[in-house]
Design a protein around this ligand. Structure first.
Ligand code: GLU
Length: 504
Protein backbone atom coordinates (compact mmCIF):
# COMPACT_ATOMS: atom_id res chain seq x y z
CA UNK A 1 0.00 0.00 0.00
CA UNK A 2 1.42 3.36 -0.89
CA UNK A 3 1.57 6.01 1.77
CA UNK A 4 -0.72 8.98 1.23
CA UNK A 5 -1.19 11.46 4.04
CA UNK A 6 -2.92 14.77 4.27
CA UNK A 7 -2.80 17.95 6.24
CA UNK A 8 -6.36 19.25 6.34
CA UNK A 9 -6.57 22.67 7.96
CA UNK A 10 -9.72 24.77 8.07
CA UNK A 11 -9.06 28.32 6.90
CA UNK A 12 -10.43 29.85 10.07
CA UNK A 13 -7.43 32.02 10.94
CA UNK A 14 -3.66 31.92 11.02
CA UNK A 15 -2.07 28.51 11.23
CA UNK A 16 -0.89 27.98 14.78
CA UNK A 17 2.48 26.37 15.50
CA UNK A 18 0.67 23.13 16.44
CA UNK A 19 -0.81 23.04 12.94
CA UNK A 20 2.60 23.41 11.39
CA UNK A 21 3.87 20.56 13.53
CA UNK A 22 1.01 18.36 12.31
CA UNK A 23 1.88 19.30 8.72
CA UNK A 24 5.55 18.57 9.40
CA UNK A 25 4.95 15.09 10.82
CA UNK A 26 2.69 14.25 7.89
CA UNK A 27 5.34 15.52 5.50
CA UNK A 28 8.18 13.60 7.18
CA UNK A 29 6.15 10.42 7.21
CA UNK A 30 5.23 10.78 3.53
CA UNK A 31 8.81 11.48 2.45
CA UNK A 32 10.21 8.70 4.57
CA UNK A 33 7.95 6.20 2.81
CA UNK A 34 8.18 7.70 -0.67
CA UNK A 35 4.56 8.63 -0.35
CA UNK A 36 2.50 11.71 -1.09
CA UNK A 37 1.82 14.65 1.20
CA UNK A 38 -1.51 16.31 0.42
CA UNK A 39 -2.79 19.70 1.47
CA UNK A 40 -6.57 19.73 1.69
CA UNK A 41 -8.51 22.83 2.64
CA UNK A 42 -11.50 21.99 4.83
CA UNK A 43 -13.77 24.94 4.31
CA UNK A 44 -17.24 23.44 4.68
CA UNK A 45 -18.04 25.71 7.58
CA UNK A 46 -18.53 28.97 5.75
CA UNK A 47 -19.46 30.78 8.98
CA UNK A 48 -15.97 30.35 10.27
CA UNK A 49 -14.24 31.29 7.04
CA UNK A 50 -11.54 33.95 7.49
CA UNK A 51 -10.25 35.98 4.60
CA UNK A 52 -6.58 35.45 3.83
CA UNK A 53 -6.30 32.31 5.95
CA UNK A 54 -5.92 29.94 3.02
CA UNK A 55 -3.08 31.85 1.41
CA UNK A 56 -1.50 32.26 4.84
CA UNK A 57 -1.47 28.47 5.22
CA UNK A 58 0.27 28.05 1.87
CA UNK A 59 2.82 30.76 2.58
CA UNK A 60 3.58 29.37 6.03
CA UNK A 61 4.16 25.86 4.68
CA UNK A 62 6.29 27.29 1.92
CA UNK A 63 8.49 29.19 4.35
CA UNK A 64 8.86 26.08 6.52
CA UNK A 65 9.89 23.99 3.48
CA UNK A 66 6.92 21.65 3.87
CA UNK A 67 5.96 21.31 0.24
CA UNK A 68 2.72 19.56 -0.69
CA UNK A 69 2.84 17.00 -3.48
CA UNK A 70 -0.87 17.55 -4.10
CA UNK A 71 -3.16 20.38 -3.14
CA UNK A 72 -5.04 23.44 -4.28
CA UNK A 73 -1.89 25.03 -5.76
CA UNK A 74 0.12 21.89 -6.44
CA UNK A 75 -2.76 20.15 -8.27
CA UNK A 76 -2.95 16.35 -8.47
CA UNK A 77 -5.15 13.47 -9.57
CA UNK A 78 -7.45 13.48 -6.57
CA UNK A 79 -8.74 17.05 -6.74
CA UNK A 80 -10.43 19.31 -6.16
CA UNK A 81 -8.50 19.77 -2.92
CA UNK A 82 -10.87 22.26 -1.40
CA UNK A 83 -14.03 20.91 0.20
CA UNK A 84 -16.24 23.78 -0.95
CA UNK A 85 -15.47 22.61 -4.49
CA UNK A 86 -16.46 19.03 -3.68
CA UNK A 87 -19.92 19.81 -2.29
CA UNK A 88 -21.89 17.52 -4.56
CA UNK A 89 -19.79 14.51 -3.55
CA UNK A 90 -21.06 14.16 -0.02
CA UNK A 91 -24.84 13.96 -0.12
CA UNK A 92 -24.91 10.66 -1.90
CA UNK A 93 -23.14 9.03 1.01
CA UNK A 94 -25.51 10.43 3.56
CA UNK A 95 -28.34 9.11 1.33
CA UNK A 96 -26.65 5.73 1.31
CA UNK A 97 -26.41 5.72 5.09
CA UNK A 98 -30.10 6.62 5.40
CA UNK A 99 -31.06 3.86 2.97
CA UNK A 100 -28.99 1.38 4.99
CA UNK A 101 -30.62 2.45 8.27
CA UNK A 102 -27.36 3.94 9.54
CA UNK A 103 -28.52 7.54 9.52
CA UNK A 104 -31.79 9.41 9.82
CA UNK A 105 -33.43 12.75 9.21
CA UNK A 106 -33.97 15.02 12.19
CA UNK A 107 -36.38 17.97 12.04
CA UNK A 108 -35.85 19.36 15.54
CA UNK A 109 -35.67 23.12 15.75
CA UNK A 110 -32.96 24.83 17.83
CA UNK A 111 -35.64 25.53 20.51
CA UNK A 112 -36.62 21.88 20.65
CA UNK A 113 -32.99 20.88 20.99
CA UNK A 114 -32.49 23.39 23.79
CA UNK A 115 -35.60 22.12 25.58
CA UNK A 116 -34.29 18.56 25.32
CA UNK A 117 -30.96 19.58 26.84
CA UNK A 118 -32.74 21.45 29.63
CA UNK A 119 -34.85 18.40 30.41
CA UNK A 120 -31.78 16.21 30.57
CA UNK A 121 -29.96 18.69 32.74
CA UNK A 122 -32.86 18.78 35.17
CA UNK A 123 -32.78 15.02 35.26
CA UNK A 124 -29.11 15.39 36.20
CA UNK A 125 -27.72 13.83 33.06
CA UNK A 126 -24.15 15.04 33.12
CA UNK A 127 -23.57 15.04 29.39
CA UNK A 128 -26.81 15.59 27.44
CA UNK A 129 -26.62 13.86 24.07
CA UNK A 130 -28.82 13.23 21.08
CA UNK A 131 -28.49 9.47 21.30
CA UNK A 132 -30.21 6.08 21.18
CA UNK A 133 -32.41 6.99 24.12
CA UNK A 134 -33.17 10.67 23.65
CA UNK A 135 -33.70 10.47 19.91
CA UNK A 136 -36.89 8.49 20.54
CA UNK A 137 -38.46 11.59 22.12
CA UNK A 138 -37.47 13.92 19.28
CA UNK A 139 -38.87 14.75 15.85
CA UNK A 140 -36.96 12.58 13.42
CA UNK A 141 -37.50 9.90 10.81
CA UNK A 142 -37.23 7.25 13.54
CA UNK A 143 -40.18 8.59 15.51
CA UNK A 144 -42.32 10.03 12.70
CA UNK A 145 -44.13 7.94 10.12
CA UNK A 146 -42.79 8.02 6.59
CA UNK A 147 -45.90 9.96 5.53
CA UNK A 148 -45.18 12.59 8.16
CA UNK A 149 -41.55 12.76 7.06
CA UNK A 150 -42.51 13.17 3.42
CA UNK A 151 -45.02 15.84 4.37
CA UNK A 152 -42.39 17.82 6.31
CA UNK A 153 -39.95 17.56 3.44
CA UNK A 154 -42.67 18.68 1.00
CA UNK A 155 -43.37 21.68 3.23
CA UNK A 156 -39.72 22.59 3.00
CA UNK A 157 -39.11 22.09 6.72
CA UNK A 158 -35.36 22.20 7.41
CA UNK A 159 -33.75 18.99 8.57
CA UNK A 160 -30.32 17.56 9.25
CA UNK A 161 -29.05 14.05 8.75
CA UNK A 162 -27.71 12.36 11.87
CA UNK A 163 -25.71 9.17 12.22
CA UNK A 164 -27.64 6.42 14.02
CA UNK A 165 -25.37 5.03 16.67
CA UNK A 166 -26.06 1.76 18.45
CA UNK A 167 -27.06 2.15 22.07
CA UNK A 168 -24.30 0.28 23.75
CA UNK A 169 -21.45 -1.00 21.67
CA UNK A 170 -17.70 -0.74 21.98
CA UNK A 171 -15.87 0.93 19.11
CA UNK A 172 -12.23 -0.10 18.98
CA UNK A 173 -9.34 0.97 16.89
CA UNK A 174 -5.60 0.96 17.23
CA UNK A 175 -4.03 4.37 17.26
CA UNK A 176 -0.39 4.30 16.19
CA UNK A 177 0.58 6.68 18.98
CA UNK A 178 -1.79 5.73 21.79
CA UNK A 179 -2.36 2.05 21.19
CA UNK A 180 -5.85 0.57 21.53
CA UNK A 181 -8.65 3.06 21.94
CA UNK A 182 -12.02 1.75 23.09
CA UNK A 183 -15.06 3.98 23.32
CA UNK A 184 -18.60 2.89 24.06
CA UNK A 185 -21.32 4.35 21.85
CA UNK A 186 -23.34 5.08 25.01
CA UNK A 187 -20.97 8.02 25.55
CA UNK A 188 -21.28 9.29 21.99
CA UNK A 189 -23.65 11.63 20.20
CA UNK A 190 -25.66 10.99 17.03
CA UNK A 191 -23.59 13.62 15.26
CA UNK A 192 -24.96 15.63 12.38
CA UNK A 193 -23.51 14.50 9.06
CA UNK A 194 -25.38 16.77 6.68
CA UNK A 195 -26.52 20.24 7.70
CA UNK A 196 -29.89 21.75 6.81
CA UNK A 197 -28.28 23.72 3.97
CA UNK A 198 -27.16 20.44 2.42
CA UNK A 199 -23.51 21.02 3.34
CA UNK A 200 -21.68 18.18 5.01
CA UNK A 201 -20.26 18.61 8.48
CA UNK A 202 -16.57 18.11 9.10
CA UNK A 203 -17.14 14.45 10.02
CA UNK A 204 -18.79 13.40 6.78
CA UNK A 205 -16.65 15.52 4.47
CA UNK A 206 -13.48 14.44 6.20
CA UNK A 207 -14.01 10.73 5.83
CA UNK A 208 -15.45 10.91 2.31
CA UNK A 209 -12.40 12.89 1.24
CA UNK A 210 -9.94 10.68 3.06
CA UNK A 211 -11.51 7.69 1.37
CA UNK A 212 -11.67 9.22 -2.09
CA UNK A 213 -8.17 10.61 -1.83
CA UNK A 214 -6.97 7.16 -0.75
CA UNK A 215 -5.44 8.45 2.44
CA UNK A 216 -3.49 5.66 4.11
CA UNK A 217 -2.69 7.35 7.44
CA UNK A 218 -4.55 10.07 9.29
CA UNK A 219 -1.99 11.95 11.36
CA UNK A 220 -3.56 14.84 13.27
CA UNK A 221 -3.75 16.59 16.61
CA UNK A 222 -5.01 14.97 19.76
CA UNK A 223 -8.04 17.29 19.79
CA UNK A 224 -9.49 15.06 17.05
CA UNK A 225 -9.18 11.85 19.04
CA UNK A 226 -12.76 12.13 20.40
CA UNK A 227 -14.03 12.24 16.79
CA UNK A 228 -12.08 9.17 15.72
CA UNK A 229 -14.58 6.51 16.99
CA UNK A 230 -17.31 8.22 14.99
CA UNK A 231 -15.08 8.19 11.93
CA UNK A 232 -14.28 4.53 12.46
CA UNK A 233 -18.01 3.73 12.53
CA UNK A 234 -18.63 5.79 9.41
CA UNK A 235 -15.97 3.82 7.52
CA UNK A 236 -17.59 0.64 8.68
CA UNK A 237 -21.13 1.76 7.76
CA UNK A 238 -20.03 2.87 4.32
CA UNK A 239 -18.18 -0.39 3.79
CA UNK A 240 -14.81 1.28 3.37
CA UNK A 241 -11.44 0.25 4.67
CA UNK A 242 -10.37 2.75 7.29
CA UNK A 243 -6.98 4.45 7.30
CA UNK A 244 -4.48 4.07 10.12
CA UNK A 245 -4.79 6.74 12.79
CA UNK A 246 -2.09 8.58 14.71
CA UNK A 247 -3.11 11.34 17.12
CA UNK A 248 -0.31 13.69 18.05
CA UNK A 249 0.30 14.90 21.60
CA UNK A 250 -0.75 18.39 22.62
CA UNK A 251 1.63 21.30 22.75
CA UNK A 252 1.68 22.55 26.32
CA UNK A 253 2.52 25.88 27.88
CA UNK A 254 6.17 26.22 28.97
CA UNK A 255 5.33 25.21 32.55
CA UNK A 256 3.45 22.17 31.33
CA UNK A 257 0.23 23.55 32.76
CA UNK A 258 -2.41 23.38 30.06
CA UNK A 259 -2.58 23.74 26.34
CA UNK A 260 -0.39 26.26 24.57
CA UNK A 261 -2.70 29.02 23.43
CA UNK A 262 -2.26 32.29 21.63
CA UNK A 263 -3.13 34.07 24.87
CA UNK A 264 -0.44 32.21 26.78
CA UNK A 265 2.13 32.91 24.07
CA UNK A 266 1.21 36.61 23.94
CA UNK A 267 1.54 36.85 27.69
CA UNK A 268 4.95 35.24 27.70
CA UNK A 269 6.04 37.32 24.73
CA UNK A 270 6.77 34.76 22.07
CA UNK A 271 5.17 34.06 18.70
CA UNK A 272 2.68 31.28 18.10
CA UNK A 273 2.26 31.78 14.37
CA UNK A 274 4.90 30.96 11.77
CA UNK A 275 4.46 34.27 9.93
CA UNK A 276 3.05 37.65 10.86
CA UNK A 277 -0.73 37.61 10.94
CA UNK A 278 -3.03 40.59 10.96
CA UNK A 279 -6.49 39.68 12.13
CA UNK A 280 -8.78 40.90 9.34
CA UNK A 281 -11.47 41.93 11.81
CA UNK A 282 -9.57 43.52 14.69
CA UNK A 283 -6.48 44.47 12.65
CA UNK A 284 -4.42 43.13 15.55
CA UNK A 285 -0.94 42.11 14.41
CA UNK A 286 0.55 38.92 15.79
CA UNK A 287 4.24 38.46 15.18
CA UNK A 288 5.47 35.39 13.36
CA UNK A 289 8.55 33.27 13.94
CA UNK A 290 9.92 34.33 10.57
CA UNK A 291 9.63 38.03 11.29
CA UNK A 292 11.05 37.55 14.78
CA UNK A 293 14.18 36.35 13.03
CA UNK A 294 13.94 32.57 13.22
CA UNK A 295 15.57 30.65 10.41
CA UNK A 296 13.20 28.13 8.91
CA UNK A 297 15.56 25.17 9.36
CA UNK A 298 16.01 26.03 13.04
CA UNK A 299 12.26 26.36 13.42
CA UNK A 300 11.70 22.97 11.77
CA UNK A 301 14.34 21.29 13.92
CA UNK A 302 12.79 22.73 17.07
CA UNK A 303 9.28 21.78 16.02
CA UNK A 304 10.18 18.24 15.02
CA UNK A 305 11.40 17.52 18.54
CA UNK A 306 8.22 18.81 20.18
CA UNK A 307 6.58 15.45 20.67
CA UNK A 308 8.98 13.19 18.82
CA UNK A 309 12.51 12.08 19.42
CA UNK A 310 14.62 9.59 17.53
CA UNK A 311 16.46 8.69 20.76
CA UNK A 312 20.05 9.47 21.68
CA UNK A 313 21.73 12.72 22.55
CA UNK A 314 21.84 14.34 19.16
CA UNK A 315 19.58 17.33 18.71
CA UNK A 316 20.55 18.97 15.46
CA UNK A 317 18.66 17.52 12.52
CA UNK A 318 18.08 19.05 9.16
CA UNK A 319 15.02 18.17 7.12
CA UNK A 320 16.84 15.34 5.27
CA UNK A 321 17.93 13.80 8.60
CA UNK A 322 14.43 14.12 10.01
CA UNK A 323 12.97 12.34 6.99
CA UNK A 324 15.44 9.49 7.40
CA UNK A 325 14.84 9.09 11.11
CA UNK A 326 11.13 9.80 11.41
CA UNK A 327 8.81 7.12 12.70
CA UNK A 328 5.35 7.29 14.23
CA UNK A 329 6.40 4.81 16.94
CA UNK A 330 8.77 7.40 18.41
CA UNK A 331 6.04 9.99 18.92
CA UNK A 332 5.37 10.59 22.62
CA UNK A 333 1.97 10.14 24.15
CA UNK A 334 2.50 12.89 26.71
CA UNK A 335 2.05 16.53 25.81
CA UNK A 336 5.16 18.44 24.75
CA UNK A 337 6.22 21.50 26.71
CA UNK A 338 6.90 24.47 24.52
CA UNK A 339 10.23 26.02 25.46
CA UNK A 340 11.02 29.20 23.56
CA UNK A 341 14.57 29.26 24.99
CA UNK A 342 15.16 26.00 23.17
CA UNK A 343 13.87 27.55 19.96
CA UNK A 344 16.39 30.35 20.41
CA UNK A 345 19.16 27.86 21.03
CA UNK A 346 18.36 26.11 17.77
CA UNK A 347 18.41 29.43 16.00
CA UNK A 348 21.86 30.18 17.39
CA UNK A 349 23.15 26.82 16.16
CA UNK A 350 21.79 27.31 12.66
CA UNK A 351 22.90 30.92 12.49
CA UNK A 352 26.50 29.89 13.18
CA UNK A 353 26.41 27.39 10.37
CA UNK A 354 25.00 29.76 7.75
CA UNK A 355 27.37 31.42 5.32
CA UNK A 356 28.26 34.96 6.32
CA UNK A 357 27.53 36.10 2.79
CA UNK A 358 23.91 34.95 3.05
CA UNK A 359 23.47 36.43 6.52
CA UNK A 360 25.08 39.67 5.40
CA UNK A 361 22.28 40.21 2.89
CA UNK A 362 19.73 40.20 5.67
CA UNK A 363 21.98 42.29 7.89
CA UNK A 364 22.34 44.93 5.17
CA UNK A 365 18.58 45.01 4.65
CA UNK A 366 18.04 45.73 8.35
CA UNK A 367 20.66 48.48 8.61
CA UNK A 368 19.55 52.07 8.46
CA UNK A 369 22.73 53.15 6.68
CA UNK A 370 24.62 52.00 3.61
CA UNK A 371 27.55 49.65 4.09
CA UNK A 372 29.67 47.90 1.54
CA UNK A 373 29.11 44.18 1.20
CA UNK A 374 32.63 43.17 2.14
CA UNK A 375 32.47 45.09 5.38
CA UNK A 376 29.03 43.68 6.15
CA UNK A 377 30.29 40.14 5.60
CA UNK A 378 33.21 40.72 7.98
CA UNK A 379 30.93 42.21 10.61
CA UNK A 380 28.51 39.30 10.33
CA UNK A 381 31.41 36.85 10.46
CA UNK A 382 32.65 38.41 13.70
CA UNK A 383 29.19 38.44 15.34
CA UNK A 384 27.36 35.36 14.16
CA UNK A 385 28.53 33.15 17.02
CA UNK A 386 27.43 35.72 19.57
CA UNK A 387 23.81 36.45 18.75
CA UNK A 388 20.48 34.66 18.52
CA UNK A 389 19.07 36.51 15.51
CA UNK A 390 20.54 38.48 12.63
CA UNK A 391 18.61 41.50 13.90
CA UNK A 392 20.62 41.32 17.16
CA UNK A 393 23.73 42.13 15.12
CA UNK A 394 22.50 45.67 14.63
CA UNK A 395 22.83 46.48 18.30
CA UNK A 396 25.76 44.16 18.96
CA UNK A 397 27.67 45.69 16.04
CA UNK A 398 26.79 49.35 16.54
CA UNK A 399 30.41 50.22 17.36
CA UNK A 400 31.42 49.14 13.85
CA UNK A 401 29.58 52.21 12.59
CA UNK A 402 30.07 54.78 15.30
CA UNK A 403 32.73 55.48 17.92
CA UNK A 404 31.62 54.76 21.47
CA UNK A 405 29.95 57.61 23.34
CA UNK A 406 30.33 55.97 26.72
CA UNK A 407 32.81 53.52 28.18
CA UNK A 408 32.12 50.54 30.39
CA UNK A 409 32.69 51.88 33.88
CA UNK A 410 34.04 48.75 35.47
CA UNK A 411 36.65 48.30 32.77
CA UNK A 412 37.61 51.94 33.10
CA UNK A 413 38.06 51.50 36.82
CA UNK A 414 40.05 48.30 36.58
CA UNK A 415 42.00 48.55 33.37
CA UNK A 416 42.41 52.17 32.33
CA UNK A 417 45.76 53.33 33.70
CA UNK A 418 48.93 55.07 32.61
CA UNK A 419 50.56 51.91 31.33
CA UNK A 420 47.56 50.96 29.23
CA UNK A 421 47.27 54.45 27.79
CA UNK A 422 50.98 54.56 26.91
CA UNK A 423 50.76 51.23 25.16
CA UNK A 424 47.60 52.21 23.27
CA UNK A 425 49.35 55.35 22.05
CA UNK A 426 52.41 53.34 21.06
CA UNK A 427 50.30 50.85 19.17
CA UNK A 428 48.45 53.71 17.50
CA UNK A 429 51.77 55.16 16.32
CA UNK A 430 52.65 51.91 14.63
CA UNK A 431 49.33 51.73 12.86
CA UNK A 432 49.31 55.30 11.72
CA UNK A 433 50.88 54.96 8.30
CA UNK A 434 48.85 51.97 7.21
CA UNK A 435 45.81 52.12 4.94
CA UNK A 436 44.51 48.79 6.06
CA UNK A 437 45.51 45.90 8.23
CA UNK A 438 44.46 42.28 8.41
CA UNK A 439 43.65 40.76 11.74
CA UNK A 440 46.67 38.42 11.77
CA UNK A 441 48.98 41.28 10.99
CA UNK A 442 47.32 43.40 13.68
CA UNK A 443 47.80 40.62 16.19
CA UNK A 444 51.50 40.27 15.34
CA UNK A 445 52.04 43.98 15.44
CA UNK A 446 50.47 44.30 18.89
CA UNK A 447 52.20 41.22 20.27
CA UNK A 448 55.64 42.18 19.06
CA UNK A 449 55.19 45.72 20.31
CA UNK A 450 54.19 44.54 23.78
CA UNK A 451 56.94 41.93 23.76
CA UNK A 452 59.54 44.68 23.51
CA UNK A 453 59.26 45.43 27.22
CA UNK A 454 57.39 42.27 28.11
CA UNK A 455 54.13 44.02 28.89
CA UNK A 456 51.53 41.33 29.53
CA UNK A 457 48.71 41.25 27.00
CA UNK A 458 46.12 41.34 29.76
CA UNK A 459 47.28 44.81 30.84
CA UNK A 460 46.48 46.29 27.45
CA UNK A 461 43.82 44.32 25.61
CA UNK A 462 40.85 45.32 27.80
CA UNK A 463 41.81 48.99 27.47
CA UNK A 464 42.16 48.63 23.72
CA UNK A 465 38.73 47.00 23.47
CA UNK A 466 37.31 49.71 25.66
CA UNK A 467 38.75 52.43 23.42
CA UNK A 468 37.45 50.83 20.25
CA UNK A 469 34.03 49.58 21.37
CA UNK A 470 33.29 51.11 24.77
CA UNK A 471 32.58 47.62 26.03
CA UNK A 472 34.12 45.02 28.28
CA UNK A 473 33.49 42.10 25.94
CA UNK A 474 32.68 41.37 22.36
CA UNK A 475 33.94 39.71 19.22
CA UNK A 476 37.58 39.07 18.34
CA UNK A 477 39.41 42.35 18.86
CA UNK A 478 41.76 41.82 15.93
CA UNK A 479 38.79 41.30 13.62
CA UNK A 480 37.39 44.58 14.92
CA UNK A 481 40.70 46.31 14.12
CA UNK A 482 40.67 44.87 10.61
CA UNK A 483 37.08 46.00 10.01
CA UNK A 484 37.51 49.49 11.48
CA UNK A 485 40.81 50.03 9.69
CA UNK A 486 43.96 51.76 11.01
CA UNK A 487 42.70 55.34 10.70
CA UNK A 488 39.52 54.75 12.67
CA UNK A 489 41.42 52.71 15.26
CA UNK A 490 43.91 55.50 15.84
CA UNK A 491 41.10 58.07 15.99
CA UNK A 492 39.24 56.07 18.59
CA UNK A 493 42.36 55.54 20.66
CA UNK A 494 42.94 59.27 20.59
CA UNK A 495 39.35 60.01 21.57
CA UNK A 496 39.51 57.54 24.45
CA UNK A 497 42.85 58.75 25.78
CA UNK A 498 41.60 62.35 25.56
CA UNK A 499 38.32 61.72 27.35
CA UNK A 500 38.68 58.90 29.87
CA UNK A 501 40.14 59.99 33.19
CA UNK A 502 43.11 57.99 34.34
CA UNK A 503 43.13 55.65 37.30
CA UNK A 504 46.29 55.10 39.27
N1 GLU B 1 -10.18 20.45 9.41
C1 GLU B 1 -9.67 19.84 10.59
C2 GLU B 1 -8.78 20.87 11.26
O1 GLU B 1 -9.01 22.02 11.08
C3 GLU B 1 -8.92 18.59 10.20
C4 GLU B 1 -8.86 17.54 11.24
C5 GLU B 1 -8.33 16.26 10.65
O2 GLU B 1 -7.15 16.25 10.30
O3 GLU B 1 -9.09 15.32 10.49
O4 GLU B 1 -7.84 20.60 11.95
Amino acid sequence: MSVRVRFAPSPTGALHIGGIRTALYNYLFAKKHDGAFILRIEDTDQNRFVKGAESYIEQALDWAGITPDEGVSAGGDYGPYKQSERKERYKRFSDQLIADGKAYLAFDTPDELDAMRERLKEARVANPQYNAITRMQMRNSLTLSSDEVNELIAQGQPYVVRIKLPRNEDVRFKDLVRGWVVVNTATMDDKVLLKSDGMPTYHLANIVDDHQMEISHVIRGEEWLPSAPLHVLLYEYLGWEKPEFAHLPLLLKPDGNGKLSKRAADKLGFPIFPLNWTDPVTQELSKGFMEEGYLSDAFINFLALLGWNPGGEKELFRMEDLIQLFSLEKINKAGAKFDIEKAKWFNEQYLKSKSSKVLAEEFISLLDQPVDEKKAISIVESLKERVTFVKDMIEAGRFFFEAPQTYDEKTVRKKWNQLAVDKLNGFSDRLKDKDQIEKEEARELLMSYLAEDETPLGRVMPALRLALTGQAGGPDLMAIIEILGPTEVTNRIKKATDTIALND
